[in-house]
Design a protein around this ligand. Structure first.
Ligand code: SAH
Length: 258
């Protein structure tokens, strides 16, 4: 086990949590309401896994590092099928026919946005998620309009999930110690009306790519006939001023006029 601590494995963002109390505190947030299966992203040496297995036996681990996979196979009473050697970003729940599960993990920070986009892609299967993020990223995810930290991630994640900032985690509880502080978030899926998901993603991205412009102008390139719905009051606002609900409404208006 020690060799993992001392080898240089930074490219995989490996910062192992060493505080058992924090591990327990993270896992305890899973509600098991309407699901009984949990998928852990990047279990590493299994500090969260240990607590997870105390409360749930339908656990799947997805880990990219082959050495850690052998470590997990040797140390946890899980079947071969449950310990998956894969890049989470290339994994689909459909591969193992999972239709309803929670996600948990101390996420590899360099790909945390991509992890979130992957969760949003499969949100119909994922009612809940408890995850550790870099603190700044966590703050962006829970941010609201009119705040500097509000952006694409805030809007898209909050469209599909109610988000809650649970607690901040100090650098010193990891080995090796990272350069950044961390924070744990809780995501609970919302009931959203069916609408055009691709269109929402495009619309939000384009709006924030030119965040200083009012939407009327930034959306021109994307929607030539944007003049058709100039009567929408929020088109005179900038992306950072628009609430999550208004972005949803905007997408619906565009969809209707297609
Ligand atoms: N959960 C452990 C490890 C956190 S470090 C703990 O709390 O101690 C992040 C983990 O994610 C490492 O084990 C790393 O190998 C793994 N990882 C990095 N990129 C990954 C990816 N794309 N898919 C799956 N696992 C990944």
């Amino acid at each position: 086990m020690r060799k993992f601590f001392y080898s240089s494995r930074n490219k995989l963002d490996q910062h192992f949590l060493s505080d058992q109390k924090i591990a327990e505190k993270i896992v305890k947030n899973l509600s098991f309401k309407d699901y009984n299966t949990v998928v852990e992203i990047g279990p590493g040496l299994g500090i969260l896994t240990t607590y997870l297995l105390n409360i749930c036996d339908k656990v799947f681990l997805i880990e990219i590092d082959e050495e850690l996979i052998s470590f997990l196979r040797n140390n946890f009473p899980l079947s071969k099928k449950q310990i998956i050697h894969k890049n989470f970003l290339e994994w689909s729940p459909e591969e193992i026919n999972l239709k309803n599960f929670a996600l948990i993990g101390n996420f590899p920070y360099s790909i945390s946005s991509q992890i979130l986009f992957h969760i949003l892609k499969y949100n119909q299967y994922i009612p809940e998620c408890v995850g550790m993020f870099q603190k700044e990223v966590a703050e962006r995810i829970v941010s609201h309009n009119d705040k500097k930290t509000y952006g694409i991630l805030s809007v898209l994640v909050q469209t599909f999930y109610d988000v809650k900032y649970l607690f901040t985690v100090d650098k010193n509880v990891f080995f090796p110690v990272p350069n950044v502080m961390s924070a744990v978030l809780f995501l609970k899926r919302k009931k959203v009306e069916i609408f055009n998901k691709d269109l929402l993603f495009k619309c939000v991205k384009i709006s924030f790519n030119q965040r200083r412009k009012i939407l009327k102008n930034s959306l021109k390139s994307f929607k030539k006939k944007i003049t058709d719905f100039y009567n929408l009051p929020f088109l005179n606002k900038r992306a950072e001023q628009l609430s999550v609900r208004e972005f949803l409404q905007l997408t619906k208006e565009i969809e209707i006029r297609k």
